[in-house]
Design a protein around this ligand. Structure first.
Ligand SMILES: *Cc1c(COP(=O)(O)O)cnc(C)c1O
Length: 224
């Protein structure tokens, strides 16, 4: 069955309060299909694989703001540094150093989010809360001129138990408040809470999300 991307997009947007940004996750969907969302007005798209992202960014209109949401290897940063708007999946001090270095080469500032591992699943990436605290406390990030740390990103566990999902989002929200007051109190740019996907973005919004990353509910099922 044909997926009506434009009407799916409208339906998702209608449920989002003002101030919550929709990142349309277009991974594994061909550019022609993704363009239906662009034509319906969407300009922020997220991808999880560097090569697929580069190919789509070349093909698609230049006013798209591309977000990277997948696990990012350090040796791949250089391919996306010239154009990436935000990297949600910053998960180690070494990756942060590399993003800063590549951004400097391009004479840009790249916005990043600190990805937390909160879900009780081994397969998910991200820093534990303590690893993230240690990185911020250590402080080298303060010297980086070509990155801007804009907030926190996480994925909830892939479970049906909505209470569990809610408590994971709440933990992330509390952690955001902790870090905001301790390190970013005077930094207005540190304001983003990236959580919520197709099956749980309604809960995420109740738990202070400012950015939802929605794929399937807009573009239909992915074919891997
Ligand atoms: C794929 C993906 C999404 C979107 O998932 P849907 O269930 O299709 O909405 C969001 N965030 C991350 C990190 C993803 O990898």
């Amino acid at each position: 069955m044909e997926v009506d991307v434009a009407s799916n997009l409208r339906a998702v947007k209608q449920t989002l309060p003002e101030g919550v940004e929709l990142v349309a996750i277009s991974k594994y969907h061909v550019a022609e299909h993704v363009m239906k969302a662009y034509d319906a007005g969407q300009r922020v798209f997220g991808e999880s694989r560097e090569q697929e992202l580069v190919e789509k960014a070349e093909k698609m209109p230049k006013d798209i703001r591309w977000h990277f949401i997948g696990h990012l290897q350090r040796n791949k940063v250089k391919y996306i540094a010239p154009f990436i708007d935000m990297i949600h999946s910053m998960d180690s001090p070494r990756l942060l150093a590399e993003i800063n270095k590549q951004a400097e080469k391009c004479d840009r500032t790249i916005r990043v989010l600190l990805q937390l591992h909160i879900a009780d699943e081994e397969t998910k990436f991200g820093m534990t809360l303590d690893e993230c605290r240690a990185m911020l406390e250590e402080g080298t990030w303060r010297q980086y001129k070509n990155i801007q740390i804009c907030g926190i990103m996480m994925m909830a566990s892939n479970v049906d138990d909505r209470n569990q999902i809610r408590s994971e989002f709440q933990l992330a929200s509390d952690f955001f408040d902790e870090v905001k007051s301790k390190y970013f109190a005077d930094d207005a740019a540190f304001c983003e809470r990236s959580w919520g996907m197709s099956h749980d973005y309604d809960i995420a919004v109740e738990c202070n999300s400012t950015m939802v990353r929605v794929g399937t509910a807009i573009f239909g099922e992915r074919e891997y």
